[in-house]
Design a binder for this molecule. Structure first.
Ligand SMILES: Nc1ncnc2c1ncn2[C@@H]1O[C@H](COP(=O)(O)OP(=O)(O)OP(=O)(O)O)[C@@H](O)[C@H]1O
Ligand SMILES: [Mg+2]
Length: 231
């Protein structure tokens, strides 16, 4: 089982939107069973899931203090991917979630405020030695700020080569517990999520390969390209 945390101390960066969308897309692409955990007291992801008709991905109610033990239970129950939404803060809660995660997604809007706020999350993740991926979210099509943001973020870590644009479909689809893929497969928003999941899936697989490599041979394996090109 792989654990994906969606984290950023900046409020409104898109954590809950991406957590729901990534989990549904992963389940749809056969990476499941997928489980969701909401560690944010605001409970937005839980509220969204409660509106949802489809029973997958499954939702697991837990507390951060029990998360590590519950992860073992989920593993035993056959869950293959866990997506954890987190609150907009830098707290012990976030550190505890990052600690049990295999990969951290940091959604970042291409704005100066978001870019300034990203540093604290990166520091926390790096201090715990976990791999991270920035996902630029809610970008305005063709805006210069998007490439500037990608450039700035790439100095601090991997930037997903898939940009999620600002599209009303994201908010509208979540009103009744769905995602853009379930409202209109043909929508451009759905295609962005499809490509984002393909990218994240590949990163999770390369991470897994790295961990099963015997230490004597690990040194000869070329370092995975963490600083991918930004398109
Ligand atoms: N790509 C997007 N296009 C349009 N609207 C978006 C996009 N991403 C997020 N939003 C909207 O922005 C708002 C904040 O998104 P979301 O709740 O996912 O952020 P968050 O990081 O979880 O917030 P918080 O820090 O409060 O938990 C929501 O109204 C959501 O619908
Ligand atoms: Mg949220």
């Amino acid at each position: 089982m792989r654990v994906l945390a969606i984290s950023s101390q900046k409020g409104g960066s898109g954590k809950t939107t991406l957590a729901g969308h990534i989990a549904v897309q992963a389940q749809k692409m056969g990476a499941g069973p997928v489980a969701l955990v909401d560690t944010d007291p605001q409970g937005s992801l839980a509220d969204w899931w409660n509106e949802r008709q489809d029973e997958t991905p499954v939702f697991v109610s837990t507390y951060v203090s029990r998360l590590a033990a519950d992860i073992e239970r989920m593993r035993d129950a056959g869950i293959k991917l866990l997506v954890v939404d987190t609150p907009p803060a830098i707290t012990d809660t976030i550190a505890d979630v990052v600690h049990v995660s295999d990969l951290i997604i940091i959604p970042t809007r291409p704005s100066p405020h978001d870019l300034r706020a990203a540093g604290a999350t990166v520091e926390l993740v790096e201090n715990l030695g976990k791999p991270l991926i920035f996902v630029i979210n809610a970008a305005t099509p063709r805006a210069r700020m998007t490439s500037d943001a990608a450039c700035a973020l790439s100095q601090h870590g991997t930037v997903a080569p898939v940009i999620i644009h600002h599209r009303a479909d994201f908010a509208a689809s979540m009103i009744d517990g769905r995602t853009v893929m379930e409202v209109s497969k043909a929508a451009r928003a759905a295609s962005e999520i499809t490509k984002l999941w393909e990218y994240i899936d590949a990163r999770l697989i390369s991470g897994r390969r790295k961990t099963i490599m015997p230490s004597s041979t690990a040194s000869v394996i070329e370092k995975p390209s963490f600083n991918v090109g930004v398109h």
